[in-house]
Design a protein around this ligand. Structure first.
Ligand SMILES: Nc1nc2c(c(=O)[nH]1)N[C@H]1C(S)=C(S)[C@@H](COP(=O)(O)O)O[C@H]1N2
Ligand SMILES: [Mo]
Length: 427
């Protein structure tokens, strides 16, 4: 029977891959160093896109406090804005998963360093690494779960992912500050091109290093560094191919195997992705049948109640806009037709400068049944209460009798089965 390892060296001999070493770790680190800030920025943008400062119904993290310092009013131009920022966020996040796992694999021996704590400084460094590794895994896991599995974590995705991102980034800043010089030195120590030409048989371990990544008793190589990089690269590329099509669209949509809402949304004018069907959120046929009414409220208690027939007789306008979901998928531009939100505001006494609006669905339960849109969203002539899409009536699953469509906004702001609009006084 073998004894449990006692010394640091003994413990590190558990990990014998000759590929492990500061150079390989630095290569993966460098990729993440470029990728993760993009994830962070596009993630913060996604939160801003919810216009969380407008109203508690928009605010997914009511205790954001100082962390909301950067929030700004989300613009309506360009109309594909959220489609791009969130497509990048989700696609890049998925594509970086193999790199993150490879990076963690490369530093596994550090997890078993012995003694676990050598000094106060060392203890602080290890704590920051715990936050770094834990925060990184947490952010990637919650993100992927939210996109792929309609979320299975206890608690709400938005606050967890948002606060997690700040903790992860704080730990990352510390880590990069401590390690950047070493990374640069290490990357210079071996030439990438030469490394990419080295076959398995000629693969040698890196020289023993102060970081403790190189195995003191390396096994014979079973793979070259080129092979390891190719494996990770292939994994990332495969994920790119099965993900990116859900936001890029066109023929690529058929390769989007990971698209959470399937690849075939059906044919015809209403043949594009459906986030939640009417049945899924408990919208009944009679809620959206002939008895359906739109209630519009405005200045000084003014209110008007419209049937769908009345709405159809109001001035109609068109807008060619996509739907872009927080989950990263988006539709190509669709041709929407309906009544301008600004014209509806004018019906209830807000003719000149329409204010923000509270949009409420006839859907009674669940999230995304209401939203507040900013005044500049209301004023954009492309912001519609849409009754038709691509020349046909909206289908029940796309929000019949009427839904909101706003340029540049996240999908959640395009409320379906709208029953009430309240202009002004929504705070
Ligand atoms: N009432 C209501 N409106 C809603 C939702 C919802 O669940 N309920 N989902 C929103 C989300 S998250 C998205 S991405 C879009 C999707 O619109 P679609 O199903 O027509 O593609 O609708 C939005 N409007
Ligand atoms: Mo969405």
């Amino acid at each position: 029977m073998s004894h449990p390892p006692r010394t640091d060296r003994d413990r590190r001999t558990l990990w014998r891959s000759p590929l492990r070493g500061p150079w390989l770790t630095s290569v993966f680190g460098l990729i993440l160093l470029f990728g993760i800030p993009v994830l962070f920025v596009t993630g913060l943008l996604s939160y801003a896109a919810y216009n969380p400062d407008l109203s508690p119904v928009n605010d997914k993290t009511p205790d954001k406090g100082l962390l909301g310092f950067y929030l700004f009013s989300w613009p309506t131009d360009p109309s594909w804005l959220y489609r791009v920022t969130q497509g990048v966020h989700v696609t890049l996040g998925v594509v970086l998963v193999p790199v993150l796992l490879a990076k963690l694999w490369s530093v596994i021996p550090k997890l078993f360093a012995w003694p676990p704590v050598r000094s106060l400084g060392h203890a602080l460094e290890r704590l920051s690494l715990l936050l770094l590794v834990g925060g990184g895994l947490f952010e990637f896991a919650t993100g992927v779960l939210n996109v792929q599995l309609d979320y299975v974590f206890p608690g709400s995705f938005y606050p967890l992912h948002f606060y997690g991102a700040w903790i992860f980034m704080a730990a990352l800043v510390v880590h990069v500050a401590l390690r950047f010089p070493l990374m640069v030195r290490t990357l210079r120590s071996r030439e990438l091109r030469a490394e990419l030409r080295t076959r398995t048989a000629d693969t040698r371990p890196e020289p023993p290093d102060e970081t403790g990544l190189v195995s003191p008793r390396p096994a014979a190589p079973t793979m070259s560094r080129r092979g390891a990089l190719a494996m990770v690269g292939t994994g990332s590329f495969a994920l790119l191919v099965v993900t990116a099509g859900q936001s890029i669209g066109g023929p690529l949509r058929t390769s989007a195997l990971l698209a959470p809402h399937g690849r075939d949304p059906g044919r015809g004018p209403n043949g594009f992705q459906i986030n939640k069907t009417a049945a899924a959120v408990g919208v009944r046929a009679r809620d959206i049948g002939p008895d359906w009414r739109l209630v519009v409220r405005g200045a000084a208690g003014r209110e008007t109640v419209l049937t769908r027939e009345r709405l159809l007789r109001l001035d109609h306008h068109g807008a060619t806009l996509p739907i872009a979901c927080v989950e990263g998928w988006s539709t190509a531009d669709q041709r929407w037709e309906g009544v301008r939100l600004a014209d509806l505001a004018a019906l209830v006494g807000h003719a000149d400068r329409p204010p923000e609006v509270l949009v409420e669905s006839v859907q009674r339960h669940g999230s995304f049944r209401s939203v507040v849109l900013s005044e500049h969203q209301v004023r954009d002539p492309r912001s519609l209460l849409a009754l038709k899409v691509n020349g046909a009536d909206l289908s029940p699953d796309h929000g019949y009798p009427a839904r909101v469509i706003v340029p540049g906004a996240p999908g959640v702001h395009n409320t379906k089965w709208v029953g009430r609009l309240t202009f002004g006084g929504t705070a």
